[in-house]
Design a protein around this ligand. Structure first.
Ligand code: NDP
Ligand code: ZN
Length: 194
């Protein structure tokens, strides 16, 4: 039977899911219902495959692992030993330097986006698609409307540096951003909806 993906690749994807689920097991997203954190990396990998048509195993595995260095005790060496050097480097490209303050980290994401590898740009784009959807439909508890709008604006600046790699993903990002702004309004226009 022709499956388009051999058994070894499927096994690698499942190992990444198992590893990421174990690492994120005690974490929750910031939405009101405190959704399990692992939903997010699974969604990012699913958007890459199902919206972007991305079949490259390393990209999908790195998407599943993309927040493990930043948000868990996972070391780059541990990722390399289990998933290989390319995956380790991709996840490192996705990881902010947590010694810097948050505003500086956000500024650096915008600055660094254009110099990311092509695969990291795709993961970054899928990550922003998922976070725009979350900020629109399942926002962090207690975020006022202004902060949600500013977050959408910031993703647009990061995504500007990640374009020209996958038209379907970019069109999808543009669509979810437009929907988000229709629901929340734009930061630069002002609204009485706050
Ligand atoms: P944060 O960086 O604090 O939070 C957003 C990140 O949280 C997302 O990028 C996402 O990252 C993760 N996340 C988890 N759950 C959700 C969810 N349900 N919806 C969306 N994202 C989720 O937010 P800001 O970028 O707004 O803040 C950056 C800095 O600015 C902080 O220091 C903050 O205190 C400060 N600040 C900003 C204000 C503003 O108006 N923008 C107001 C007050 C303070 P991932 O994909 O990695 O999980
Ligand atoms: Zn993420």
């Amino acid at each position: 039977m022709e499956t388009g993906r051999d058994a070894e690749e499927t096994a690698g994807l499942l190992r990444a899911l198992e590893f990421s689920a174990a690492k994120h097991r005690d974490q929750r997203r910031k939405d009101r219902e405190a959704s399990p954190y692992i939903n997010h990396p699974i969604e990012v990998a699913s958007v890459l495959a199902n919206v972007g048509g991305v079949g490259d195993l390393t990209t999908l595995v790195a998407a599943i692992l993309h927040d493990t260095i930043e948000d868990t005790d996972t070391s780059p060496e541990e990722l390399e030993a289990r998933f290989g050097r390319e995956t380790r480097l991709l996840v490192q490209e996705m990881s902010d330097d947590k010694t810097l303050d948050k505003m500086e980290r956000k500024r650096l994401q915008v600055e660094h986006a254009p110099s990311l590898s092509e695969k990291a740009k795709l993961i970054k784009l899928a990550d922003k698609i998922c976070n725009v959807r979350d900020v629109t439909h399942r926002p962090p508890a207690r975020w006022p409307l202004t902060r949600r709008r500013e977050y959408l604006d910031w993703t647009e600046r990061v995504v500007a540096g990640c374009r020209r790699g996958n038209a379907a993903l970019e069109a999808h990002y543009d669509r979810v951003l437009r929907e988000g702004r229709e629901l929340l309004g734009r930061a630069d226009v002002g609204s009485s909806g706050d």
